[in-house]
Design a protein around this ligand. Structure first.
Ligand code: G16
Ligand code: MG
Length: 220
């Protein structure tokens, strides 16, 4: 039976996905790398180093490790500066209502973000205390699309993977949820997330009823 729901952060609970994009765009512009909003889709849910590798591949450019590390730091500095403006007003509509419904149903709530800034973001959003467990992206071996962060989150909540369901807005994240043996709820269109088990346009549209029936359909 379902015992826990594990949420992605960027693009699911708040719109940091846009700030990640703007920070990568600024880095690309400063270094003459080929990048735009379209190319950014491939980066969603992908960790920091993996994202830069993708951008460099697209440009057909290689950089030495010290320069690579410096570019990661530069992107993160831009991103962190953008986070300073974050407050509870940046929490997507409907998140608190959904969390309250999950709690009332006795379900645990977990966070499985690829972001090393995740703790800071949820603190700024005012929801740090809403989670039974926040998985540490810095502590897992393989980033999404590997299952590690979702498995670590289930484990941290004291649950087995088959007792959990995952919520994601990125293809890499949906793949990670499935690799962890969990049902995957996609926030976004069927075109954007062809592998998700069910789709809702935004987190505010997701109900406890949908979560429970998604779990049952796939378990049957
Ligand atoms: C997020 C974003 C990615 C970002 C990654 C790492 O993952 O979707 O675009 O590259 O975190 O973030 P940071 O550079 O802050 O460590 P998620 O899993 O929350 O969607
Ligand atoms: Mg995301």
């Amino acid at each position: 039976a379902l015992k826990g729901v594990i949420f992605d952060l960027d693009g699911v609970l708040t719109d940091t996905a846009e700030d990640h994009y703007q920070a990568w765009q600024a880095l690309a512009d400063a270094h003459g790398l080929t990048f735009d909003r379209e190319a950014n889709h491939a980066l969603k849910g992908v960790d920091r180093a993996g994202s830069l590798r993708l951008i460099l591949e697209q440009t057909g450019k290689a950089v030495e490790p010290p320069k690579f590390e410096a570019m990661l730091a530069e992107k993160n500095a831009t991103y962190v500066a953008r986070l300073r403006g974050y407050s509870p007003a940046n929490l997507f509509a409907g998140v608190e209502r959904l969390f309250a419904a999950l709690r009332a149903a006795g379900l645990k709530i977990g966070l499985a973000s690829a972001s090393r800034n995740a703790r800071d973001v949820v603190a700024r959003l005012g929801i740090a205390d809403a989670f039974d467990f926040i998985a540490d992206a810095g502590a897992v071996t393989h980033p999404k699309p590997a299952p590690d962060i979702f498995l670590a989150c289930a484990d941290g909540m004291g649950l087995s993977p088959d007792q959990c369901i995952g919520v994601e807005d990125a293809r890499a994240g949906i793949t990670a949820i499935h690799a962890a043996g969990m049902v995957a709820i996609g926030i976004g269109s069927e075109e954007a997330l062809p592998d998700a088990d069910i789709h809702v346009p935004a987190i505010g549209d997701l109900t406890l009823g949908q979560i429970l029936s998604a779990e049952q359909e796939t378990a049957a």
